[in-house]
Ligand binder design. Structure first.
Ligand code: G1P
Length: 295
């Protein structure tokens, strides 16, 4: 069975990226030539997704504008002889059906995903976090591998995981794998553990496939100490209800770029710009000169 629906939660306030995110969503910050969220949509499109629900919040309407057709812009480009730029708008025509709903209050990722209940209906669906790009210049097919693992293992949830240094586990949901294999059964998972308490250093990497039973699990999950409903806690509830949860490891060659703070955002931008097929070479030369001057 193919999975056609995906949810991209983009309601977060992006406070760690102020002032850049004062009046624009962090998901619309550029990485190289494209806004972050475009990479995610293109990745999902290549994995066969046909409908995307964005769970938005206040100040996020530029995401809707970005994926909307803009006949005035197209006419302007044609009339002014800039037809070559039309290619840059090709993403508008990839045939995905976009829907938008709002998370009215900031009550955590679990609550944001719950806003997708009527969208998902009785079908399994993908969740892709709006601030994580996976793979550079070539979209990852991790979602396809998650769907395969979900179906093969008759799972209630399949989660992409990446290896992170032990001292960083407290920034992530962390899983306990039952085996060393690329695809494995998860026997426990915990949101943002202290390094000494983490069950491993395999972190949840922002791509999931869920059976619709997730929504009941979210409704039964309480608020955490920050007043949020965590998606990880809802998955843990499915696990304790006897459902099978599987993990799929991202290999080191398939890096995840997290745009949650300036350190990782700068690193990501620089990496994508330096390797840009058109502008990269000149930029590398420029950077070499800069570094030479200052060293
Ligand atoms: C969220 C999830 C966490 C996951 C992380 C990946 O955390 O709650 O389990 O590891 O995304 O980026 P957030 O980054 O929203 O705090």
């Amino acid at each position: 069975m193919s999975i056609r629906n995906a949810v991209i939660p983009v309601a977060g306030l992006g406070t760690r990226l102020l002032p850049a995110t004062k009046s624009q969503p962090k998901e619309m910050l550029p990485v190289g030539k494209r806004p972050i969220v475009q990479y995610i949509v293109e990745e999902l499109n290549l994995c066969g997704i046909e409908r995307i629900l964005f769970v938005t919040g206040r100040g996020k309407t530029s995401i809707e504008d970005h994926f909307d057709d803009d006949p005035d812009l197209i006419r302007n480009l044609r009339e002014t002889g800039k037809e070559d730029l039309l290619e840059e708008l090709q993403y508008e025509r990839i045939g995905i059906n976009y829907l938008y709903t709002r998370q009215r209050r900031q009550r955590g990722l679990g609550d944001a995903v719950l806003c997708a209940e009527s969208f998902a209906g009785t079908e399994p669906f993908v969740v892709a976090l709006g601030d994580s790009i996976i793979g550079r210049h070539r979209p990852s097919d991790i979602v396809r591998r998650l769907i395969d693992a979900f179906e093969t293992h008759d799972a209630a949830c399949a989660i992409a995981v990446e290896e992170v240094p032990r001292e960083q586990v407290s920034m992530y949901g962390v899983v306990k794998p039952e085996s060393d294999t690329d695809v494995f059964v998860i026997s426990d998972l915990v949101e943002k553990p202290a390094p000494a308490e983490a069950p491993s250093n395999w972190a949840i990497a922002g791509r999931y496939v869920f059976a619709p039973g997730l929504f009941d699990a979210i409704k039964q999950t309480g608020f955490d100490h920050r007043g949020e409903i965590q998606l990880t806690d809802a998955i843990r509830r499915m696990l304790s209800d006897g459902r099978r949860i599987v993990g799929v490891r991202l290999p080191p060659t398939e890096k995840r770029y997290d745009i949650g703070n300036f350190e990782s955002y700068f690193e990501t931008f620089v990496e994508f710009a330096l390797t840009d097929p058109v502008y990269g070479e000149k930029l590398r030369q420029h950077v070499r000169e800069l570094l030479g001057e200052n060293s």
